[in-house]
Design a protein around this ligand. Structure first.
Ligand code: DGP
Length: 112
């Protein structure tokens, strides 16, 4: 499968890893939008949030279990944003489910 994030999981493309367990990998975003910008992804290929189901939702649970630890290690546990883009119309560019963990600056709400 021609998926950049599957290749990162397989170690075929380098990444700056910050966290890994059986289900989850987290690494620094290549084009950071904030002082802290980490991508948290499932180790199984799930195309987007629109493809989450009862069969694969354990990966989502494991991701959100890991996020407090990742945020603490990044120094932003007191305030961070988690966002996922699902679909090209809202900006998804890599078709492997990923949660952006952003912090280290102020963010507007609602997002633009
Ligand atoms: P999105 O636009 O929501 O699909 O976010 C995809 C993010 O992935 C974007 O912020 C840039 C990042 N990205 C794309 N390719 C790579 C890569 O090869 N390595 C890393 N670390 N990040 C990547």
């Amino acid at each position: 499968m021609d998926c950049i994030f599957c290749k990162i999981i397989a170690g075929e493309i380098p990444s700056k890893k910050v966290y890994e367990n059986e289900h989850v990998l987290a690494f620094h975003d290549l084009s950071p939008r904030a002082p802290v910008h980490i991508l948290v992804i499932p180790k199984e290929h799930i195309a987007s949030a629109a493809e989450i189901s009862a069969e694969n939702s354990v990966y989502v649970a494991k991701i959100f279990e890991a996020i407090p630890e990742i945020a603490e290690a990044a120094g932003v546990k007191e305030g961070f944003r988690v966002v996922t883009n699902s679909g090209t119309s809202v900006g998804q560019s890599v078709m492997h489910l990923h949660f952006h963990l952003l912090g280290g600056r102020a963010f507007s709400w609602p997002p633009g």
